[in-house]
Design a protein around this ligand. Structure first.
Ligand code: SF4
Ligand code: SF4
Length: 175
């Protein structure tokens, strides 16, 4: 049975009102988008951002015991460690991570027995120079992008999450 013109007009009007109701409700809800890079969200400590070897304030050195487990477990073979000496005399001479190869799987962080290698909540590591994506020991101690792309930005508080999330893993984050 075909609808009359008046029925179609009424149905169209109802659809319009339902759509506008949705638009009006959304207009007054808190905004969850930000104007990046002018505004930025505070990133969770559990974010898989850059990798770092934070300095342990107690020893004034990193916590790496040169076990090579992270190098062995890395599926992308982007961690390169070299050391000299034996036993307690062993000294880290090279700890490089090729961040351009890293897939941020987190296996190196999980396998590390001393929590020496951690993720830090920095994500702006893009660069026009591929060489800047090779992070050596000094870069990893700093734990910040080698070439920050945006500075002097406004930090925006993320709206409180509606559901409970797991407690963040304990680890030192370099500001
Ligand atoms: S996060 Fe994964 S890919 Fe990246 S360095 Fe660690 S183990 Fe390798
Ligand atoms: S797994 Fe941890 S302690 Fe072992 S070499 Fe890697 S960073 Fe160092």
């Amino acid at each position: 049975m075909t609808q009359s013109l008046s029925q179609r007009v009424v149905q169209g009007a109802i659809g319009l009102v339902v759509g506008l109701k949705s638009t009006l409700r959304t207009m007054f809800e808190p905004k969850i988008t930000v104007i990046y890079p002018i505004q930025k969200l505070n990133i969770s400590n559990r974010w898989h951002g850059l990798l770092a070897l934070p300095i342990d304030p107690e020893t004034d050195n990193d916590k790496c015991i040169i076990c090579f487990q992270c190098e062995r477990v890395c599926p992308d073979r982007c961690i390169h460690i070299e050391a000299t000496g034996k036993g307690k005399e062993r000294l880290l001479t090279r700890f490089d991570i090729e961040m351009d190869k890293c897939c941020y799987c987190g296996l190196c962080v999980e396998v590390c027995p001393t929590e020496a290698i951690v993720f830090v909540p920095h994500y702006e590591a893009s660069t026009f120079n591929r060489a800047n994506l090779l992070y050596d020991l000094d870069d990893l101690h700093r734990g910040t992008p080698k070439e920050p792309i945006a500075t002097g930005v406004v930090k925006v508080k993320r709206p409180a999450p509606k559901r409970q999330t797991a407690a963040p893993r304990e680890g030192t984050v370099i500001p």
